[in-house]
Design a protein around this ligand. Structure first.
Ligand code: PMP
Length: 286
């Protein structure tokens, strides 16, 4: 059975899904996206992702073509039609198809393009990588200056991921002005004593939905949180390191540029946060 995907109101087998070659998402990366995890057939932190979708669209003056209820119904339909137990839903909204290529935006009434598809990942939350931890290498951050908008301009993160893999690492941490910004597709943290340190929110990083939930839960569990940038050396010297994202949840980092972090095994703070996060998210999943 082929995967059923969503394109502008229709549910179609993936091989029948079609987008114009003039679509702004295709020729200009003029589009935004969200990735929502599915655990036990339910959506994880759906509301948080929709709030950010709307923020990304507003920042680019792209209209939001669907109501929150319509997105919810569509996501549930995709989960059901594709029989997803654990996995992800990818959603992309573009400025639409002006019928030709032009740097200027098309008129605001041009209908946006909306596509979504599922990715099945059985056992997503029970990842062997979470028991082992990731190794990362550092690279210069060469992305644009509005990383808080979740656009589909993902070429540099993709290049960085390949450079990391070529060095036998799991991911890259990006560095700008001497401080770590983010991973290729995750927010970064270090732990020193009983303090969790993570870069403050600004235009320099994506405002992770997982980050917001993890920091809230950490504070509720009486952990100390400090929001500030840190250097690679400080990270290599930390007791623990980890990253967060909607699909990796809380993932320990055990090596940075060849230096072992702490004992070189996943730390107890990361393990505890992963457990607290997954428990709470499963509890409030819809
Ligand atoms: N930073 C970047 C650059 C990302 O691509 C992602 C994942 N989309 C994140 C952080 C983590 O965000 P979230 O927790 O919302 O998945």
């Amino acid at each position: 059975m082929s995967r059923i995907v969503y394109v502008n109101g229709d549910y179609l087998p993936e091989e029948d899904a079609k987008i114009s070659i003039f679509d702004r998402g295709f020729v200009m990366a003029d589009s935004v996206y969200e990735v929502v995890s599915v655990l036990d057939g339910k959506l994880i932190d759906f509301d948080g992702h929709l709030v950010r979708l709307s923020r990304s669209l507003d920042a680019l003056e792209i209209g939001n073509p669907l109501s929150d209820d319509a997105y919810l119904a569509m996501f549930r339909e995709l989960v059901s039609r594709n029989d997803i137990t654990d996995g992800m839903i990818y959603l992309q909204v573009t400025r639409g198809n002006p019928g030709d290529r032009d740097f200027a935006y098309p008129p605001a009434e041009t209908p946006q393009t909306v596509v979504a598809f599922t990715q099945s990942k059985p056992g997503l939350a029970d990842s062997p990588a979470a028991r082992k931890g990731w190794s990362v290498v550092t690279l210069p951050d060469q992305r644009w200056g509005r990383r808080d908008i979740k656009t589909t301009q993902l070429l540099y993160p993709s290049m960085a991921k390949m450079a990391a893999k070529a060095k036998g690492a799991d991911d890259a941490w990006l560095v700008e002005d001497g401080k770590v910004t983010e991973g290729t597709s995750n927010n970064v943290y270090i732990v020193k004593g009983n303090k969790i340190i993570t870069r403050e929110l600004s235009h320099d990083i994506l405002h992770g939905i997982t980050r917001a939930a993890v920091l809230r839960l950490a504070k509720e569990a009486q952990m100390q949180v400090e929001e500030r940038g840190f250097t690679v050396e400080e990270a290599q010297d930390a007791d623990e390191a980890f990253v967060t994202s909607a699909s990796a949840f809380v993932m320990p980092v055990t090596e940075i540029d060849g230096a072992k972090i702490g004992a070189g095994t996943p730390g107890k703070t990361a393990a505890r946060l992963r457990e607290i996060y997954l428990d709470e998210m499963r509890r409030i999943a819809i």
